[in-house]
Design a protein around this ligand. Sequence first.
Ligand code: F6R
Length: 260
Amino acid sequence: MEIIIQPDPAAASRLAARVIARLVRARPDAVLGLATGSTPLLLYRELIRLHQAGELDFRHVRTFNLDEYIGLAPDHPQSYHSFMWVNLFSHINIDPQNIRIPDGLASDIPAFCERYEDQIRAVGGIDLQVLGIGTDGHVGFNEPTSSLTSRTRIKTLTEQTRRDNARFFGSEANVPHHVITMGVGTVMDARECLLLAFGPAKAAAIAAAVEGPLSAMNPASMLQMHRVVKVFLDEPAATSLQRAAYYRWVYENKPEWQRL
Ligand code: F6R
């Protein structure tokens, strides 16, 4: 794991965007795994800026989203379909045919989930997965006690996650209980992962994920077993890390060829 601590979310998001831009320039038909929520908003804004400046072409890029609420139609304002179109897709030249987002209205959810895994496999797997983290340590919507080898499936949100996400729905009562999410194992198959976390509310989950024991109680901790993970933090999200000084030194002293 490479831990990159930046002064603020904007600086961290710019660096993360640079990693994605580099990949897409090297491989124009790269397969990106995408997340929703507050965390990747600045990252997506930066990708849009690069595209609008003529520096990034998404024409051949393929995407798979991590998750979706069950029961929300794609055009529901709080669906992750809507989120992705509003915050990224409608501002870049991605081919809609190349976009995959779990279907919250799938009638046969297990069959849908199996097909989603097949579709990821059929394009050769995910090159780079963008991740946020829940205050309870979830990645995707793999809540604590999720199998660390799980695949795309239905999950039930914890009360904590429904409370955290109530801000999007007006009240907690309106937050769906069920979601479709890629599994921890699905995420682990991506060739590279970028985990972003900002703000003091993420500090404990980040410390447990990065420095804690590998545990299904913090599903993000499974990323310790991944070969290529970059963790982008702002200062408040880094406050509970015991080895922050070491991570800073490593980042500041990277050899030129390894710089972001
Ligand atoms: C969203 C997702 C979730 C979020 C997490 C953090 O697609 O998979 O794991 O990344 O709940 O959400 P925010 O960024 O809103 O704090």
